[in-house]
Design a binder for this molecule. Sequence first.
Ligand code: ADP
Ligand code: MG
Length: 400
Amino acid sequence: MNIHEYQAKALLKKYGAPVSRGVPVLKVEDAEAAAKELGGPLWVVKSQIHAGGRGKGKFKEPEAGDKGGVRLAKSIDEVKTFVSQMLGNTLVTIQTGPAGKQVNRLYLEDGSDIEKEFYISLLVDRATSHVAFVVSTEGGMDIEEVAHSHPEKIVTFSVDPVTGVQGFHGRKIAKALGLTGDLAKQAGKLAEVLYTAFVDTDMAMLEINPLIITKDAQLRVLDAKVTFDSNAMFRHPELAELRDLTEEDAKEIEASKYDLAYIALDGTIGCMVNGAGLAMATLDIIQLYGESPANFLDVGGGANEEKVTAAFKIITADPNVKGILVNIFGGIMQCDVIARGVLAAVKAVGLEVPLVVRLEGTNVEEGKKIIRESGLNVIPADDLDDAAQKIVAAVKKEAA
Ligand code: ADP
Ligand code: MG
């Protein structure tokens, strides 16, 4: 689960991180009061969307101008102009894809006098099973790009969960960033604060890009991106409330109601599979035979008829879906349950695209029988290879 920058900063502030003062702005009418509250003389108007690269992004509508999704304003009037240009418009950044994202919230923040920009992030390192810090002097840039062209400028280390953050971790950060004296001390404190917030709230990722030194020698968190571990959200009802559904794909929201692992993709073949590994293999093999998957969907091991029906409805409701591939290996999952779910869903929503069903495992004969006797126009398949070729061929035939 992702949250907005302003929410992440409010959270980090509670843990004692140095963040600027700021006010969320959701309506044009609130801009003036927010600007007066902060007082200036420099304000930053920041688009709140769940995507990075906002500063270098461009609004689709020309009246919003080309000044990007993060703007410096030098007067209250300028704040008001920017707010009215940005709010409600669609921002396209390197991370949003060409469709962009509508900006429904802004964050008005005190402008900082920036001396230097750094990069610091925390994430769960699967190799060590520890929380790892990633630190670089190359702040404000795309870190993937830095990792590619200047890997030596990235320092990483992980923290032993038994000891937590120690003084030497802070010194590692200070050394990586070339900080001495009081700034090195601030880096030590920051390491502790970030680590505590990360562990306390079950984050999966915390990225600060940039972390800055101000002209008066203070470290400050200038941007913050937080992703929580969705599986831990039941422990944090107060954080779950920060979820902004307008940022999420409608199909993914629907799927999450049924506890389905669903991710929307941009291809044409809707997939219903059980098990993440089989689902990944299914995506690969569709690609191998020349089409692209419209989604990743793992209905899970213990899916019941209701869940399967919901999954099928979500797939058929996607206008990009030109064919459906049901690929089930019945281990815990039973093939007849899948078959009944598919039938129930087809009865409810109809079936306008080719459907290939490959069933294997527990109760497979019964499952196949249910489908055979349903009178549905289903193309049966015997294995994964066969299934993928059949659905690709069927979709290509429809398109021709
Ligand atoms: P994004 O990463 O989405 O582009 P950032 O929050 O990192 O958004 O902002 C982009 C750039 O804008 C920063 O690298 C920084 O140079 C500048 N910036 C952001 N917030 C402030 C601020 N409060 N004061 C001064 N400059 C800022
Ligand atoms: Mg940034």
